[in-house]
Ligand binder design. Structure first.
Ligand SMILES: [Zn+2]
Length: 262
């Protein structure tokens, strides 16, 4: 059976049984988000939420750091910061974030995907399999990457430029023949302004030394796990620049350029 069909079957069996969503007492499956991608696009790079506080809402996810000091990836209970020099290190609980999305990951489906796939095919295959494009998905894949291209954003000085400007000077790294883990989310198109519509994925090598925001890859021997959720808990800043920012404009193109350009 082709991998696309394996994926479709995996979701269908949960949908038929009605156990796509896990409604348990713990806040598993609830996505917790601090601030919005729209605010980040506008250069609001300082938040008041510490990683210590964030960890109460989840130990799996992605985001960034105050002053836009690199990319964050979290899984298996560990938070990592990948700075513009490409180096990954553990995050101190006192570090703060202007934008992050986390959850307690408890996957609904798990599929072994041995054949070679690339970023485009991966997104298409998951899109074909998921029961709806109007709910939220957390994605984790551990695989062998014969190629992966990532970027990391460089720490900014005030006055902060918009993210579209920063993205022009982002550090891009290409790796070949590495094992590692992808962690990310698929948000609906209607989430534009709140989060990145479609897929947003970060990467960490198996040795924990490098990674970043994913721009492209080819992988094989993947274990792909997906958590389905319809719960999104968002907290936006109640002080600072967020209050005065103009967050009403259509940022579709700017987000596309800043987050998805290859
Ligand atoms: Zn990112």
């Amino acid at each position: 059976m082709a991998i696309d069909d394996v994926f479709i079957k995996a979701f269908r069996s949960h949908r038929t049984k009605g156990d796509l969503f896990h409604h348990d007492q713990r806040q598993a499956h609830e996505l917790f988000q601090t601030s919005t991608i729209g605010a980040l696009m506008e250069g609001i790079y300082d938040g008041e939420v510490t990683y210590g506080e964030l960890a109460k809402h989840g130990d799996f996810g992605l985001g960034t750091f105050n002053a836009l000091d690199g990319e964050m990836i979290a899984f298996n209970g560990q938070f990592y910061q990948i700075t513009a020099d490409g180096k990954a290190r553990p995050v101190m609980p006192s570090a703060k974030t202007p934008f992050a999305v986390v959850m307690f990951f408890d996957p609904t489906v798990k599929v072994l995907w041995e054949e070679l796939t690339d970023w485009d095919h991966f997104q298409q295959a998951v899109d074909k399999a998921v029961p709806s494009k109007n709910i939220f998905y957390a994605v984790m894949a551990t695989a062998a990457f014969d190629y992966i291209k990532v970027r990391t954003v460089p720490r900014q000085q005030k006055p902060y430029p918009p993210l579209a400007e920063v993205a022009k000077r982002q550090a891009v790294y290409e790796h070949e023949g590495v094992r590692g883990t992808l962690v990310g989310f698929r948000f609906p198109d209607y989430a534009q302004g709140v989060n990145v519509p479609g897929y947003h994925v970060h990467f960490l090598t198996e040795d924990g030394r490098t990674g970043g925001h994913v721009l492209n890859f080819r992988m094989c021997d993947a274990t792909v796990q997906i958590d389905v959720t319809s719960d999104l808990h968002m907290e936006v800043p109640d002080c600072g620049d967020f209050l005065d920012a103009d967050l009403g404009k259509d940022q579709t193109e700017a987000i596309e350029r800043a987050e998805k350009e290859r």
